[in-house]
Design a protein around this ligand. Sequence first.
Ligand code: SF4
Length: 82
Amino acid sequence: MANKNMKHKLNIPGAWFCTDPDDDNGEGCIACNVCYTGAPDFFKEDEDGNAYVVKQPLTPAEIELCQEQLEACPVASIGKDG
Ligand code: SF4
């Protein structure tokens, strides 16, 4: 589960978020490209390739698209309960 206490600082406020990499315990985004390739209207990459949320999904179709990214993230770095 994505750690709410490790949010990427560029996330737009709202329920959905990405976590920042944390080399100390190996959690967080690993810059794998999945979310910002699969849903570029909602996820962007920072200068290091790590993801953050730029738009909160509102419609059922938007939420479904973001949910697909959440489930595809290999390190559970996307949360929706922020
Ligand atoms: S899918 Fe997960 S690990 Fe990959 S870029 Fe997005 S948040 Fe990072």
